[in-house]
Design a protein around this ligand. Structure first.
Ligand SMILES: NC(=O)C1=CN([C@@H]2O[C@H](COP(=O)(O)OP(=O)(O)OC[C@H]3O[C@@H](n4cnc5c(N)ncnc54)[C@H](OP(=O)(O)O)[C@@H]3O)[C@@H](O)[C@H]2O)C=CC1
Ligand SMILES: CC(C)(CO)C(=O)C(=O)O
Length: 336
């Protein structure tokens, strides 16, 4: 099976790289600036267990043109949410009709947006739970753990042995929307992390930032309950208990985290939204916190905390400074 990774960034590089390192036929399609680096340095993959694999440039199939999609039997889509429409246009123009497209993106709307644009392709929802950092150009590092989730459909069956061979734990789910909403609850920290300017481990060690995260989650959980959305349980805690855990004093949070209440986090890891700010790209905030605001609107309600987070991210996108936990918490409490 020929796999095309469309969007050879962090997730595309890591997931595609692990598959390629295990012998899968993977072509990486990306921007010239990404592909040039891979052509020069090859792809280095590492993880929290100190596994390290280097795929030399000569062993990587690389392309900067979407025309390379024509050879694919399966497309793994790993672009950020604002780039979904552009990627869909590339797929519609170049991929063979019927080629399945697996969205490995955050947010709850990408599969639906893709389905509206790609009538000739099965669109399959996926979710990557772990963080990928880039310690150096051409080096992607898995900085947290977890099982990738993919919709359980006949088209996904060929991926199961490939992910197993790559050592990437894969769970097949029948209700990916529940998984996507559960991941969105976790991704509500992406903006808090981006506003903090800190790595995830340092930011989550600070109770003020955790309480900001909890404020965003509580607002989202209330609206989801009102809309009848039941998020899946992805970790050791049911989603409804997460705001309580996050609000605990530092010493108790640390103790419970050590007992497995939260995943291990590499000291380098930061949220993908923080990466976007550093790279001066438009963030995915509209597809994460924006979904909470949109849900509120559909219910005839408001989501002032998540709406305020969006405003603060806009200010950061425009070059504004990072915020301390105390300042951010004060801003969100004023909005609530
Ligand atoms: N990074 C992480 O730790 C995690 C990320 N995710 C999610 O995974 C998805 C991908 O994130 P991530 O890997 O971090 O993103 P990256 O920005 O690292 O990678 C995406 C790459 O795709 C490129 N791209 C966009 N459109 C096209 C196109 N039409 N053709 C070719 N290349 C294209 C982008 O270029 P350009 O910048 O020019 O658009 C960018 O280089 C997001 O939805 C994110 O939220 C999920 C879990 C963890
Ligand atoms: C893994 C996690 C939750 C945090 O890094 C993420 O999804 C992201 O950064 O977008």
């Amino acid at each position: 099976m020929r796999i095309a990774v469309l969007g050879a960034g962090l997730i595309g590089g890591y997931v595609g790289g692990r598959l390629a390192a295990a012998g899968a036929d993977v072509t990486f399609i990306g921007r010239p600036r990404q592909i040039d680096v891979l052509r020069e340095t090859g792809l280095t993959l590492s993880d929290l267990d100190e596994r390290r694999v280097v795929i030399p440039p000569g062993k990587l199939a690389l392309a900067t043109e979407a025309a390379a999609l024509a050879d694919a039997d399966m497309i793994l889509l790993t672009v950020k949410s604002p780039a979904t429409e552009g990627a869909a246009a590339d797929i519609a123009a170049h991929a063979r009709p019927g080629t399945p497209v697996v969205s490995l993106q955050n947010g709850v709307s990408n599969p639906e947006r893709l389905r509206a644009l790609l009538a000739d392709h099965p669109v399959i929802a996926g979710m990557v739970p772990f963080n990928v950092a880039e310690p150096a150009p051409g080096h992607v590092h898995q900085g947290t753990s977890g099982h990738i989730a993919i919709e359980d459909r006949p088209e996904t069956a060929p991926l199961v042995p490939l992910f197993a061979a790559a050592g990437l734990p894969l769970d097949l789910h029948s209700d990916m929307l529940a998984v996507a909403w559960a991941k969105l609850l976790i991704n509500l920290n992406n903006a808090i992390n981006a506003l903090s300017g800190l790595p995830l481990a340092a930011q989550l060690a600070d109770r003020d930032y955790r309480r900001c995260f909890a404020l965003c989650q509580r607002e989202a959980l209330k609206l989801m309950a009102a809309a009848g959305i039941v998020p899946a349980q992805l970790g050791p805690l049911p989603p409804s208990r997460m705001p309580f855990m996050l609000s605990l004093p530092d010493w108790l949070f640390r103790r419970l985290s050590r007992r497995g209440g939260t995943p291990k986090i590499d000291r380098l890891a930061r949220s993908s939204m923080a990466d976007d700010l550093v790279a001066r790209r438009k963030t995915e905030v509209d597809y994460i916190n924006g979904e909470v605001v949109a849900l509120a609107r559909r219910l005839g309600r408001t989501a002032p905390v998540n709406a305020r987070v969006i405003e603060l991210i806009r200010a950061r996108e425009a070059g504004g400074p990072a915020m301390t936990g105390a300042a951010l918490r004060a801003a969100l409490r004023r909005a609530a």
